[in-house]
Design a protein around this ligand. Sequence first.
Ligand code: IPM
Ligand code: MN
Length: 366
Amino acid sequence: KKRYTIAVLPGDGVGNEVIPVAVDVLCLAGSLEGIDYSFKELPIGGVALDLVGVPLPEETLTRAKQSDAVLLGAVGWPKWDNNPKHLKPITALLQLRAALKVFANLRPITVLPQLVDSTYLRKDTAEGVDLLIIRELTGGIYNAHPRGFTTNEQGDEVGFCTESYSASEVDHIARVAFDIAKQRRGKLCSVDKATILEGSMLWRKRVTAMAASEYPEVEVSHLLIDTAAMDLVRHPRQFDTILTGVMFGDILSDLAAMIPGSVGLLPSAALGDSGPGIFEPVHGSAPKHYGKDTVNPMAAVLSAAMLLRYGLKEENAAKRIEEAVSDVLDRGFRTRDIHTCGTTLVGCNRMGEEILRSLDGSCKKL
Ligand code: IPM
Ligand code: MN
């Protein structure tokens, strides 16, 4: 029997509602495929600040590194918003990404036929969308040098943060994107701001060169970020694989969430060349919704499916989860964020139970 160690980091707010659901689903899908886990629950973000005074404790990092995959909820809470930067919950996430060297962030956006009514776009625009945003995660403006605060000659206070991308950073993420695009519909759209930014100019040059020399079978296009934002709303079905940097990818993935209609549906994977990946819902800790049992656990559950697919190479178990989510939707269950006329409104826990019912069988608890 295969056995994997999973570091479970629920973090703050609704992370504590959706991650237990994802763990139950992981258990059951695993047991149906002869997979066993050892789960290590560890603090990160605000809960870690309360417990030990830092957002990413040593032990959490060590154990995450030793695991086969990291399942993460969300970090952040208003209480810590005014902390100095090194004591903000969000810093833990950036530190964890850097420490695990997870440079490739995969964010799939699909419009399941059952969910076409929850789109914020026109139905015929959203129908059939199936795209994947591949976002560079450990470089770019988020990880800028130099950065900081200073005072200019006029005595004006200045905050600055310099974006840079090196050729090897671009090649690294571009290769991931080309390889994945090849397995999908063979279309790759690279998004940048090459008319203005030097990092983007180099980005476009490297992607163009790699396309010509190594991936003649992939159809490559380049869009500026502003045009890409417009086209994602106007005609999202034209996109297959989108490759972009850390900042544009952050914005485009929230924008693209409105195609299926809720950020509560979007899973993500953050992968490195080796070592454990981080699998987390795209949504945040959602202070407004926490403690009401109303949020959608599907983003977390689908992140668990990505954990199985990309983290453990357990494709069959991953498929089981995705089919269970589809089955629950067929049976009419909807959380508040995707609730439409004629469907059954349920909470987070109940949705979890229905997903387990669809997966069929019995689940070993933690
Ligand atoms: C995301 C989040 C993070 C990011 C924040 C919390 C650092 O917005 O994963 O999309 O910008 O990467
Ligand atoms: Mn974001």
